[in-house]
Design a protein. Structure first.
Lengths: 491, 491
């Protein structure tokens, strides 16, 4: 197995190689679309299961809405339509026919042109609010708290596995409320759910904040987000939760009768995370040997590699290994016993390092004689001997320790890369030399934001929710400002 | 709540009304596409969870492949392409732009025409086998056992909720094998998994069989299926498993090196079930009062409806009901306590009958004085009093009894509607007057099959796997035949 390009040598190349070599995903024969391979999909399934549980615990139900959005529906909310029209896949025909000029080939049948074009959903506000219109008559029908797991398509020109693909998988919550405050509360609740998931399951520290106007979702009044920091000092938006005001209710004429009998427009939110989280997970923890996964999302938490040189040893090692498998499974740990004898132990060690399995147990005859096995941690690549009797207790504790360690490591990197800066030269210098989040004052105008981006490629990632009020001067224009915002170059 | 049309009056109308009134699904604003509502989706999620478990237990892993199939890939396997070209959604453009003639409206941007059209997947053999080509070099790479949960689109002209929709949700297994026998074994294994799921989780009896050539999947060498019988005497194909031979391997040039070093084409299978199963479930068990669900797939297995006339009674009823909820939840039963005081008990009774909740417990002060509650079964609409002490034991037993009862009821209906017939006049008469499966001899030709369909609308549903060899004469042509096949009108 050829070694990975190191992060230092070429971070971007390291990422691309890692995704492919660890069997997570690959580019497909369809421009911009990826194939998510079984090992990558198994991680995504674990993410889905946990998020789905958290959505249900906060009162949401799943449903499914159509893939296609008829053009008249798509264009109803103008800001939203404008935001997505430039990069959408459009279905115009419903049949192919034999091509008379090329035997065996097909062509679009011009007689099968749709009366109205269908947009492949880039997001589902339009189709869902056209449906909610029929579901909502009175305040008794509210709130509606629905989530959908689906594929969406955005015709991105420059794509990268997981981070930006033409088709991606996501969940999108779409809720309807009687009052503005209730909708805002929902928006905030869901950004908190995302932060909880990122920190406690992905072991990835995030900053919760609000987007500036120019970074807002098309059609939203406010976009809340969680922002993470990758190991190359670039930020990554990991989830967003939008307060949509009454924009979609007005576009689709969705009103409800209040308990007093008046008619009011309904208030809306939407929120989503996608397979992009896979990219965030990979880039937050992994190293030059491969993936590093938290036990909370690892498809295999523990792998057992047997070591033997003859049949007698094999019998003993098999017996002991299978006993370990059994005892760990009873503890709810997912264990793989890799007794494939076509590969050598050394090859397996490298393979499971590449795949990010948190703990590897080596079981060999000499250690067994001493009543012990060798336990290797993926996170810091250390090994220790653990007695067979204490293994059942030691492994769950070790998994927790690994999870805590990779979170703390990512957090200390992230924390050391949030730099307060008050001077424009320093701002540019830090961005080039160190990267990370620059916490700076900003005069609040879109013009300044655009100018800074033009000069440095840094964007405002968010106005942190916990930003304190503080008198200051815009780092670029020197105009007055009352709070710091976070700038960074971003994925 | 207006009553449902009865099955006898108009079976088709009964079905359509039931799907909508029980909040399972509804037609959307997109031609032929449905919205699956939360209650319907919750049933589908239970189906998915069980099937997914069964796929994993038989060694399969999930993955995800692109939604789009480029035209050149789509047309590579000619039989398959021909089968699906007539009814596929085609993406031709990747952008909309402002329509200069109609302010606020959009139009397809003629400058954003794709170089090659993309077909929205009607099934994924083409895209998957174009991918497997890169995954398979030697016998060591085989078998590949992959499943995908996805949406697919087939441009059906006449659609019905769940039974036939332009977009539907399904799973599609796609496996690759070194030998013909191994692929056939996989095909048979998966039709057995489907039959197991249908009978033990949907409580729906099915016939396992093989399709005749004209009913085969486009591109398959053999199509295995499970066929169920609905209450109106029409059959419904509930799942299919295809032995694809080397057709896709040849179309996409997928060869492997054998252990002897020769190059061979790979053998393939594919198999799928879809949201159509929802239609099958509904039509197999439900009655004129609404849905009837087995406890194995019911989102709510037990509902508790409190009955009280004053606050003092309410306090007592609440306390006892909550104790019941707790004790049943501890048994792993999903219970809903419906203490919404905006609706009367009578309304709730009708509502949960409509929704098919298997068991309803009425908790009222007079019964509580006697230490009992009223337990109503949805399947046969009977009620009995059960003492509070025995409830915790009685409810799980009752759920099993209900499941057994609805299975047996469906099976006795189905069994009494498989009729051996040897005479053409009788064949036609039975089909009109009784419906169901007609077990008859057939001369094995596509011509006879087509003629019978033309005259009666009946098709060969399958050649049952357990069909015994028996000398006979074709029911239509009188030519010799060696086994009976099942004919029926079908959904």
């Amino acid at each position: 197995m050829a070694k990975l390009t190191s992060r230092e040598e070429d971070y971007s190349k390291w990422y691309n190689e890692l995704v492919v070599k660890a069997d997570l995903a690959e580019n497909s024969g369809v421009r911009g679309c990826m194939v998510i391979k079984p090992y990558g999909y198994a991680i995504w399934e674990k993410m889905q299961a946990q998020l789905d549980k958290m959505f249900k615990e906060t009162g949401h139900q799943n449903a499914y809405f159509p893939l296609f959005v008829p053009k008249h529906m798509f264009e109803a909310e103008e800001t939203n339509a404008e935001g997505f029209a430039k990069e959408c896949a459009v279905v115009t025909h419903y049949r192919l026919k034999s091509n008379p000029d090329e035997p065996g080939k097909l062509m679009v049948d011009p007689d099968a042109k749709l009366e109205e074009e269908l947009v492949v959903r880039p997001t589902s506000e339009a189709i869902i609010w056209s449906t909610y219109r029929n579901w909502i008559q009175s305040y008794r029908d509210l709130p509606i708290l629905i989530n959908q797991w689906a594929n969406v398509v955005r015709w991105e020109m420059r794509t990268r596995l997981f981070l930006r693909t033409a088709e991606f998988l996501w969940q999108e919550g779409h809720t309807a409320h009687a009052t503005k405050q209730e909708a805002i509360d929902e928006t905030v609740q869901m950004v908190n759910v995302y932060a909880d998931f990122a920190e406690n399951y992905m072991k990835m520290p995030v900053v919760k904040g609000v987007k500036s106007e120019s970074e807002r979702f098309a059609g939203a009044e406010d976009t809340y987000c969680i922002e993470a920091l990758m190991q190359d000092g670039k930020a990554l938006q990991a989830g967003t939760s939008h307060f949509l005001g009454q924009n979609f209710a007005k576009a689709f004429d969705v009103k409800y009768a209040t308990s007093e009998g008046t008619q009011e427009y309904v208030w809306a939110t939407s929120w989503g995370v996608s397979t992009r989280l896979m990219g965030a997970l990979i880039m937050t923890h992994s190293d030059d040997k491969g993936l590093v996964l938290p036990s909370t999302l690892a498809p295999i938490q523990v792998v057992i590699v047997p070591i033997y040189f003859n049949d007698e040893q094999k019998a003993l090692v098999d017996e002991k290994s299978e006993a370990i498998v059994k005892s760990l499974k009873e503890k709810g740990i997912s264990v793989k016993y890799d007794n494939d004898d076509k590969q050598k132990p050394g090859w397996k060690f490298a393979e499971y390092e590449l795949k990010g399995v948190p703990v590897r147990i080596g079981v060999g005859p000499r250690d067994l004689e001493k009543g012990q096995v060798e336990v290797a941690r993926r996170d810091n690549l250390t090994k220790e001997f653990v007695s067979l009797e204490s293994l059942e207790e030691a492994i769950p504790a070790l998994l927790s320790e690994i999870d805590a360690n990779i979170y703390n490591k990512a957090k200390s990197y992230r924390d050391s890369h949030i730099t307060e800066v008050n001077d424009w030269d320093e701002f540019q210098k830090l961005l080039e030399e160190k990267g990370g989040f620059l916490s700076a004052h900003w005069d609040g105008t879109m013009e300044t934001e655009a100018k800074i981006q033009e000069l440095t490629k840094a964007t405002i990632r968010c106005i942190p929710l916990d930003a304190k009020q503080e008198e200051g001067k815009c780092v670029y224009t020197g105009k007055p400002s009352t709070q710091r915002v976070l700038f960074a170059k971003a994925y």
